[in-house]
Design a protein around this ligand. Structure first.
Ligand code: ADP
Length: 161
């Protein structure tokens, strides 16, 4: 039976921190489903479709799937036959939020585990929010995001190029 992890998030945009989490998730699980949360009240820098395209451009293996979801995560996890939810931890700030979420999800779906992987030492400061901020101010984010993101950021910030 293949072990499936559901990795939910905004991924606006995908960073090398997210990529590392998926790659390390594949050491534990047979399949990782990257699930881009669709929040109708929140417009991102990238559309949900673009975020999915990026995931598909980065991960060529059939062991990584990209999809979107709305509503309660635990319901979607059941629908996808996921064995676990995969999340990352960078800081104490992440911990408090993740701890609350994991316990609420445990309450809602008792058999479904949340598995946390620590950020890598050279990526603990990498966040989608900072990537957006730095690149909008003309900063170089080459070392923290994959090429499909860099290309799209360049189009947004330098549409003439
Ligand atoms: P959300 O809006 O749900 O926090 P994100 O796309 O920002 O979605 O993050 C999804 C998950 O990936 C979260 O668990 C987050 O802690 C984790 N994550 C984000 N950046 C990194 C990183 N640099 N290293 C490890 N985990 C990360």
């Amino acid at each position: 039976m293949s072990r499936i992890a559901l990795y939910p998030g905004s991924f606006d945009p995908l960073t090398n921190g997210h990529i590392s989490l998926v790659e390390r998730g594949l050491d534990i699980f047979d399949e990782v489903i990257v699930a881009v949360a669709h929040n109708p009240n929140k417009t991102g820098l990238f559309s949900v479709e673009e975020r999915l395209e990026i995931v598909r451009e980065v991960f060529k293996t059939p062991r990584v799937k990209a999809t979107t979801f709305q509503g309660l995560l635990v319901n979607f996890a059941k629908e996808m036959n996921a064995h676990a939810i995969l999340r990352g931890l960078r800081s104490v700030g992440d911990f408090e939020y993740e701890y609350q979420m994991a316990n609420m999800n445990r309450q809602l779906a008792p058999g479904l585990q949340t598995v946390f992987l620590m950020a890598e030492p050279d990526q603990f400061y990498v966040s989608s929010r900072l990537v957006k901020e730095v690149s909008s101010l003309g900063g170089d984010v080459t070392s923290v995001v994959p090429e499909p993101v860099l290309r799209r950021l360049a189009k947004i910030h330098n549409p003439s190029k």
